[in-house]
Design a protein around this ligand. Structure first.
Ligand code: OAD
Length: 248
């Protein structure tokens, strides 16, 4: 794919860069996106109906098992060249923030450091009742364990539909979007707010905003540039175009 010179030049010269990633970045690692059809045992469930406080209240065991399944998928997966390219980009930019909606931890495993997890992390836990963080060295597969503080049920420390984003993470993300010169929005459908507002906040604050996705979606025509290709291919190509063969 032809990468426009204007993007290559901006990659080379920008001192402040913010990136927003979604499930598409992990698709090439074999982690299904939210809007992909699920497979196997979980094929008959809609992920959106499992990821809510009401679903957990109604059937904590089912929701816990769904997250145990997703953790196992992620544990068996590895960061792909798209994750690695973003970790490399961070090492070249003075002020770099990677904002992710992903809960899989693959950015950190790829070496990214300044990661803002807007929707939490699959491998952290807290109490559904008293909200205390809970350490689980080995998470049970079958059912949520009791909270050591209050006896309530332990849940994954992720943001569910109908819940607020962690406020510190959101403020950090907005500040990064407002001050960056270049904003890359990668592998997200752009339909889940408020995360989907970030590229628009960046653009209205003066950044050059770019979408990378395999297909047009909700952000189509709303940013400065839209590139349609798999991020695991396009990001390494972009790094090589901007920084030469040493980029990996
Ligand atoms: P989605 O599953 O909504 O969208 C994934 C996006 O990635 C789609 O736009 C795909 O076209 C794109 N895509 C797929 N493969 C790709 C690839 N190889 N390279 C580039 N793009 C690719 O996932 P998110 O946008 O992350 O929230 O979803 C946002 C939030 O909605 C999630 O964090 C989750 C979800 O429901 C909560 O759980 C609160």
């Amino acid at each position: 794919m032809q990468i426009p010179d204007t993007l290559i030049e901006r990659m080379r010269t920008a001192r402040r860069v913010a990136v927003l990633t979604g499930a598409g970045v992990s698709a090439e690692s074999g982690v299904p996106t939210f809007r992909d059809a699920q497979t196997g045992l979980w094929a008959r469930y809609d992920p959106a109906e499992l990821a809510s406080p009401d679903a957990f209240r109604a059937n904590p065991k089912l929701v816990w098992q769904w997250y145990a399944y997703r953790r196992a998928l992620v544990e068996a997966a590895a960061p792909n060249p798209g994750h690695l390219a973003l970790a490399d980009l961070e090492r070249r930019i003075e002020d770099f923030t990677l904002i992710t909606q992903n809960v899989d931890g693959l950015h950190r495993r790829a070496g990214s450091q300044n990661v803002v997890e807007l929707h939490g992390n699959l491998f952290r836990y807290r109490c559904f009742h008293c909200a205390a963080p809970v350490e689980l060295t080995i998470a049970p597969q079958d059912a949520p364990p009791p909270c050591p503080q209050c006896g309530g049920l332990v849940r994954p420390d992720v943001v569910w539909f109908g819940e607020w984003l962690p406020s510190q993470a959101w403020q950090t993300a907005v500040a990064a979007a407002e001050r960056c010169e270049l904003f890359l929005c990668i592998g997200t459908s752009g339909v889940v707010r408020p995360a989907a507002d970030l590229p628009l906040i960046a653009r209205s604050s003066g950044a050059y905003a770019v979408e990378i996705n395999i297909a047009p979606g909700a952000l189509d025509d709303r940013l400065d540039l839209h590139l349609y290709a798999p991020s695991g291919q396009l990001l390494p190509a972009l790094m090589t175009a901007a920084f030469g063969d040493a980029a990996r």
